[in-house]
Write a protein that binds this ligand. Structure first.
Ligand SMILES: N[C@@H](CCC(=O)N[C@@H](CS)C(=O)NCC(=O)O)C(=O)O
Length: 222
């Protein structure tokens, strides 16, 4: 069976945006998988590679990292299962969606970085604190309290693009969810599952309704 190595916090919280993208991709493709719960500091122990990030997908002897490459692999390897990209053009275009969604990550980090820390497994906390404080040049608490409110305004302004799109189409994939939906879902699920202050009601009605439809279709309960 396929193994999905995914970042896991305390109380088995799955929160990584990239891991959520692949979790939904596997659910969409209806391919059975086991969740291999992984801490930041244990990524280097994932078999069959010298991996630095999760998700990692292990399918028999094939191990792949990088969420986008995993999505492409899944469609190439399981073409008779529902597709994540229903054309080559859409696969290419979805890299634009990936870039757009990833550009929300620095805002989300500022909104929730201290909350994310609180959700980590104890053994991950020193690594996360040291690496993120070095990256941002400030303490986690200071980043969130100083920059969080402005980052929230910026994030919501960026999300008006999604809101306007969802006025016209049910999903980013049009009439059916596709990988581009899972990309953006993963990013927003990361925020909602970790932030103590940001709530679903902060999103526009169209974004809320799209997000909740995806949760319903793929039976996501948290
Ligand atoms: N381009 C990669 C990025 C994956 C990534 O950055 N994952 C984070 C978790 S959200 C990670 O594993 N970070 C390892 C670390 O910070 O040490 C992908 O799309 O899978």
């Amino acid at each position: 069976m396929i193994k999905l190595y995914e970042l896991t916090g305390n109380n088995n919280l799955i929160f990584s945006p990239y891991c959520w993208r692949i979790r939904l991709a596997l659910l969409h493709k209806k391919v059975r998988f086991s969740s291999e719960k992984t801490a930041f500091i244990d990524i280097k122990t994932i078999p069959n590679g010298n991996f630095k990030t999760v998700p990692v997908l292990l399918d028999n002897d094939t191990a792949i990292s990088d969420s986008y490459k995993i999505a492409e692999y899944l469609d190439a390897t399981y073409p008779t299962q529902p597709l994540l990209f229903n054309s080559k053009e859409l696969c290419a275009f979805s890299t634009f969606i990936e870039g757009w969604a990833n550009a929300l990550h620095s805002d989300i980090a500022k909104i929730a970085i201290a909350d994310i820390y609180d959700h980590l497994q104890e053994k991950d906390k020193p690594y996360f604190k040291t690496s993120r404080e070095a990256f941002f040049g400030d303490t986690l608490a200071e980043i969130q309290s100083k920059d969080g409110d402005t980052a929230k305004i910026t994030l919501l302004a960026k999300l008006t693009v999604l809101d306007k799109y969802l006025d016209k189409f049910e999903f980013l994939g049009g009439t059916t969810p596709l990988y581009s939906d899972f990309i953006v879902f993963g990013t927003l699920q990361w925020l909602l599952s970790t932030s103590n202050t940001f709530q679903m009601s902060d999103f526009s009605p169209a974004v809320q309704s799209w997000f909740l439809s995806l949760k319903k279709i793929y039976d996501i309960n948290d």
